[in-house]
Each structure stands twice: as structure tokens, then as C-alpha cells.
Design a protein around this ligand. Structure first.
Ligand code: URA
Length: 268
């Protein structure tokens, strides 16, 4: 990292952290204005074997970024072809249409048990998830575990995934375009996992999956029908655990939603 002016290093690092720069890609800084291209350097972070070099491509240019429309079309046709969740994971590993793959450490596909009666879908992996390769393992994941435990469930009794399976840099919200590119994959994942109840964690998940325009405060706790492509199931939006960590007073509403889920499970 190059320190400029008289700014103390700590202040500059804080600034970078706040801006979402929380991972080191290379040991030496890069002068993007230099006339000569920088020499190739090994990435500091371990990248998955198949991941293309993201900063200094050595060979032919990587396949992405692809035109968004073409990426959505490719996502639709390849996701449809997946006959199992394992096949879907492999297809996603090879998919280059979402630029987030270039900055993420790895694909975060799912946790829990496929075929569980409840499937929860969040927004996108955060830093902890990106490092572990599993959804909801950070602070919000711990809260989610407690919410599930409150209705007698644990992670092995549900199936968990995200709309977008790669971490957006700095944990920003995925753009609508990124969500649309990844949508065919998560909808196929829901179809193949075949839950009875779909729980949308947070507004972006509910809006993307259920096509809702209203925000989560209006839609949480309401039941919707969701067509998996094979059958119609029930879906319920609720507050995202990360939001509940910031606004603990809202937990009572999430508690009501989880009780509604418990009741729906008992009814069938
Ligand atoms: N937030 C999400 O939406 N998903 C995760 O996996 C973790 C945090």
C-alpha cells in the first residue's frame, strides 16, 4: 500500500476499510497510471484452482465481463440443464457471466440439507462466508441459528442459500443486474432442493424472488405463493438477521414470522 501525503497510516487504513477494501490482492502496490504494465505477481489470497487471474491476466483475456443480457441468457439455459444440485454447483463454478466471481474468494453455494422442508435465501455472502465457502457463518449467521433454534430447527434441518453466490466487494448490496444474472441459478436451486416453505431473508431476497415492489417492512410476515417450476409452495419474507443485529427492537416481528413458519410446518 502506498501512503500518500502526511495522513497517518491508521487513518488511511480506516478509510480503506470503510470504503470496503478489506482484502489484500497482491503484496506490492500497483501504479495503474504507469506506462509499462506491472510485472506479474502471485495473488496473496488463495484463489480456487479454476478461478481466472483477476488483476494481471497472463494469457488470453478472461471470459468476463460478459454483456449482461448474454449473461442472463447463458445463466437461464445452463441452470435449466442442471439435473441435480451437485450439477448446478459445477455449472456455477464454470459460469463467468457475473463479474463478482472475479473479486470473490470462492463460490458460496449452500449449507444445510437439500430436501429439507424449509429453505432460507439471503442476499449475498459477506466476508466470513466468502472465506469459509458457506452461507450465513458470520455474525448474522449466528443470529439466524438462534432464530431457527427458537422454533426447534437447526442448520441440518433446513437448506440455506443466497440470491448471489459470490461476495460483492465490501459487502455492498448486489446490483439489480448482478441479481438478475444470478436469478436463474437460485430459482433452479429452489426447484431442485424442493422445499415446502421458502423464507426470503431481507428485502432484496423477497423482491428478487417474489417480484415484490414494496419494501420488507410492508411484506414481512405475509404468505405468498411461489412457483418452483415443478409445484407451488408457500413463501414468507422476513427481516434479514444483519438488519436485526442493527435494529434489535425489530426482532419481535421476526419472532412472529418464525412462529408462523413453525405453525405452517405443523399444519402439513
Ligand atoms: N448475509 C447474507 O445475505 N447471506 C450470507 O450468506 C451472509 C450474510
Amino acid at each position: 500500500m502506498v501512503l500518500t501525503g502526511n495522513k497517518p497510516a491508521r487513518e488511511l487504513i480506516d478509510f480503506y476499510l470503510e470504503a470496503g477494501v478489506d482484502a489484500l490482492l497482491n503484496e506490492a502496490p500497483v501504479d495503474h497510471f504507469a506506462e509499462e504494465p506491472p510485472p506479474l505477481q502471485p495473488a496473496v489470497r488463495a484463489a480456487p484452482a479454476a478461478a481466472p487471474e483477476t488483476r494481471f491476466p497472463a494469457g488470453p483475456a478472461p471470459a468476463f465481463p460478459q454483456a449482461p443480457d448474454a449473461a442472463v441468457m447463458e445463466a437461464r439455459s445452463t441452470a435449466k440443464g442442471a439435473q441435480s444440485l451437485e450439477e448446478l454447483r459445477e455449472i456455477l463454478q464454470r459460469f463467468d457471466g457475473c463479474a463478482l466471481k472475479a473479486t470473490a474468494t470462492q463460490l458460496v453455494f449452500a449449507d444445510g440439507t437439500p430436501g429439507a422442508r424449509v429453505m432460507l435465501v439471503g442476499e449475498a455472502p459477506g466476508r466470513d462466508e466468502d472465506l469459509e465457502g458457506l452461507p450465513f457463518v458470520g455474525r448474522s449467521g449466528k443470529l439466524l441459528d438462534r432464530m431457527l433454534a427458537a422454533i426447534g430447527l437447526d442448520r441440518t434441518q433446513v437448506y440455506i442459500a443466497n440470491i448471489v453466490p459470490w461476495r460483492p466487494p465490501g459487502n455492498r448490496t448486489p446490483t439489480p443486474q448482478e441479481s438478475q444474472i444470478c436469478l436463474p441459478f437460485i430459482t433452479r436451486q429452489i426447484e431442485l432442493a424442493n422445499p415446502d416453505i421458502l423464507v426470503c431473508l431481507g428485502g432484496p431476497s423477497a423482491q428478487t424472488l417474489l417480484g415484490l415492489k414494496e419494501g420488507i417492512t410492508k411484506t414481512r410476515g405475509r404468505w405468498f405463493n411461489f412457483d418452483t417450476g415443478t409445484r407451488e409452495i408457500r413463501a414468507i419474507p422476513t427481516f434479514h438477521p444483519a438488519f436485526l443485529l442493527r435494529s434489535p427492537l425489530q426482532k419481535r416481528f421476526a419472532w412472529r414470522d418464525f412462529l408462523a413458519i413453525k405453525k405452517a410446518l405443523a399444519a402439513n
